[in-house]
Write a protein that binds this ligand. Structure first.
Ligand code: HEM
Length: 158
């Protein structure tokens, strides 16, 4: 595949692509007990909260005017990731998340903003969505480390 094309969008990406050193990060998946405690509705509500944070963030410009579809896809992905049914795979196919993020200009600063939005959501997640407190840290570490793989713009000077 042409490295400047995303597998999911055949418009060429007209900028040099950065590939993080070391390839896909080895990350421990979050505990499957998270879905068992929260259930689907709470995961959807937590992701809606996260999209509300993105709505007011400096990386708002990357997302479409209506964030509903993106929030739905992200919720479906997290339901499966956290131990529920594989909704994303069933509805949209293989996640191939790095490929699907290639159309968006994601640098390290954008990654930090994305993580900050998630951190604010997680700070309320035990009380608001029944997120099991003992798994908060592991989930955040997963997001922190896996999100490195979505970065597709080199740091300055590289
Ligand atoms: C590094 C920071 C990240 C940024 C700035 C970012 C940004 C974006 C953007 C702009 C979209 C497209 C929204 C749309 O128009 O549909 C998107 C989609 C999505 N993101 Fe991220 N993302 C990041 C990290 C992650 C991570 C770490 C995950 C999973 C753990 C994730 C999961 C998803 C999913 C499931 C979708 C929907 C994909 C699709 O089917 O189109 N993202 N993200």
């Amino acid at each position: 595949m042409d490295e400047n094309r995303s597998e999911w969008d055949d418009r060429p990406v007209r900028r040099p692509l950065f590939v993080p050193a070391g390839g896909p990060p080895r990350v421990n998946p979050p505990s499957l007990e998270i879905y068992a405690a929260m259930g689907e509705d709470n995961i959807y509500r937590m992701v809606a909260d996260f999209y509300h944070e993105l709505e007011h963030s400096p990386i708002r410009f990357m997302f479409p005017a209506n964030m509903q579809d993106a929030a739905e896809k992200t919720s479906a992905f997290f339901v499966g990731l956290l131990g529920g049914p594989p909704l994303y795979h069933q509805r949209y196919g293989p996640p191939a998340l790095r490929a699907r993020h290639l159309p968006y200009p994601i640098d390290e600063a954008a990654r930090q903003e994305w993580l900050a939005c998630f951190q604010r959501t997680l700070s309320r997640a035990v009380a608001d969505y029944n997120f099991p407190a003992q798994h908060l840290e592991g989930f955040y570490i997963f997001l922190r480390d896996f999100s490195v793989w979505m970065v597709n713009i080199a740091p300055d000077g590289q």
